[in-house]
Design a protein around this ligand. Structure first.
Ligand code: NAD
Length: 431
């Protein structure tokens, strides 16, 4: 068991979690926990607790009224031993340097669990995207691309969309980079529109991978999908795509939610017809009479619970209420450290985000391959290769889970960390 920053072992974490850990604290504890399972060189572990580089930049933005505001942006690059850095770029008022480092570390493990030749990075600008006009967002993105020019590139660091950014943002970033380089360089970012080098199936990929991992986990625990009930928190890109695929494959989706609450029908909801967040924001709850709260959704008596909205929703305070047998993490970091310990004690299997939603970065990798080879793949090929990669990663994690008698989360970290550590061993630390 990994130790908590202030309070000893995992199990001893205060259930009320008065001081939730930062993303970086959590990432370091997860690293220590997995490192304890592997007989790793302590110098390697020490190295991996720190990012290779964090670039902090000032980004001047000319507002539509002609005034100039200077915003702060970051790009944290954690580790590139396996290949170029890879990770999202978010526009959010609460972006911090520390958060970028923690999330970059998660990306290192996520790429390694999927056995991709990529490392981990994360970045963003401290800004509320809702306060920006489209023209302001474009100017900001182009200038950010200019400020990061020396450290990004198809062989260095490849950003992708994240909170507050989207395919259009990636198109502006790619165009600004290409103009400076003097050549069209689609491989500098992923998550672009397909018309300019984006991949078919990228948008649906995280939800698709959540569905594939749910199917594999149900099979492992002998749940017949036709008899499996599922509750999904968040009906956005991840939640809606996962729910619709699982529905297609025979599962019964009994509850879905948006930020305003949840709808529940024990006989199953028509998830193919209900608009997702992208199609029509908050349509899930718009015409419903009887709403459950999002907390009530988490506590439903279902076979599978998929938190796919935001982080830190299953906490020390509500983990004892979870009645699902299986939790599949669609969102990033939906389960806190304290909740993890409680669920583990209660034998609730939690399949971690770094495996379950890794379809996003996997299809980003496919996009990068298509860009550098100047050759587009069909949607069928993307989905077939994603299926193969997800099942292979599931089997790798399952083997460690069975061999080591650890949680699914630790098993996934063991798979990722051992790949990174072996690469460091061959290449050397060069201290
Ligand atoms: P989205 O914006 O498309 O949808 C989010 C959904 O969650 C919406 O239905 C929204 O109403 C709901 N929601 C928002 N706040 C909520 C709250 N406080 N309580 C309950 N529901 C709430 O987002 P998305 O792209 O589907 O991402 C969801 C999660 O998955 C995030 O944690 C994200 O980091 C993670 N993720 C996304 C991708 C991706 O490429 N989209 C990839 C990997 C992981």
């Amino acid at each position: 068991m990994a130790s908590n920053a202030n309070s000893g072992t995992h199990e001893e974490v205060d259930a009320a979690e008065p001081n939730p850990e930062s993303a970086l604290d959590t990432a370091r504890h997860q690293l220590e926990r997995a490192a304890a399972e592997l007989d790793l060189d302590s110098n390697t572990v020490e190295r991996l607790k720190h990012p290779t580089r964090v670039q902090r930049v000032s980004v001047p933005l000319e507002r539509d009224d002609g005034t100039v505001e200077v915003l702060t942006g970051y790009r944290a690059q954690h580790n590139s031993v396996l290949g170029p850095y890879k990770g999202g770029m978010r526009y959010h008022p609460e972006v911090t340097e520390e958060e970028c480092i923690g999330l970059a570390m998660w990306m290192t493990w996520k790429c390694a669990v999927m056995d991709l030749p990529l490392g981990g990075a994360k970045g963003g600008i401290v800004v509320n995207p809702k306060d920006l006009s489209i023209a302001e967002k474009e100017r900001l993105t182009r200038r950010f691309s200019k400020e990061l020019r020396d450290i990004v590139g198809p062989n260095r660091d490849i950003p992708a969309p994240d909170m507050g950014t989207d395919p259009q943002t990636m198109a502006w970033f790619m165009d600004a980079y290409s103009v400076q380089e003097g050549e069209t360089t689609p491989g500098v970012v992923t998550g672009k529109p397909p018309e300019i080098g984006g991949s078919y199936g990228r948008e649906e990929a995280p939800g698709r991978s959540v569905a594939i991992i749910t199917r594999e986990a149900c099979d492992y625990y002998d749940f017949d999908l036709d008899d499996t009930t599922v509750a999904v928190q968040g009906f956005g890109s991840v939640g809606a795509n996962a729910a619709r695929l699982l529905d297609e494959w025979g599962a019964t989706i009994v509850a879905i939610s948006d930020v305003n609450g949840a709808v529940y029908d024990p006989d199953g909801l028509p998830v193919q017809e209900i608009p997702s967040h992208d199609e029509e924001p908050e349509a899930v709850t718009r015409d419903a009479d009887d709403l459950l709260t999002n907390d009530e959704l988490l506590a439903l008596d279902v076979d599978v619970l998929i938190p796919a909205a935001i982080g830190n929703v299953i906490t020390g305070a509500n983990a004892s209420d979870i009645r699902a047998d299986l939790v599949i993490e669609g969102a990033n970091g939906p389960t806190t450290f304290a909740a993890d310990a409680i669920l583990e004690r209660r034998d609730v299997a939690v399949i971690p985000d770094i495996l379950a939603n890794a379809g996003g970065v996997t299809v980003s990798y496919f996009e990068w391959l298509q860009d550098i080879n100047r050759r587009k793949w069909s949607l069928e090929r993307v989905n077939e290769e994603l299926e193969t990669e997800m099942v292979r990663a599931w089997n790798d994690v399952r083997e460690e889970y069975e061999r080591r008698d650890v949680s699914w989360r630790t098993a996934a970290y063991v798979v990722g960390l051992s790949r990174v550590a072996e690469a460091i061993e061959y290449r050397g630390l060069w201290p």
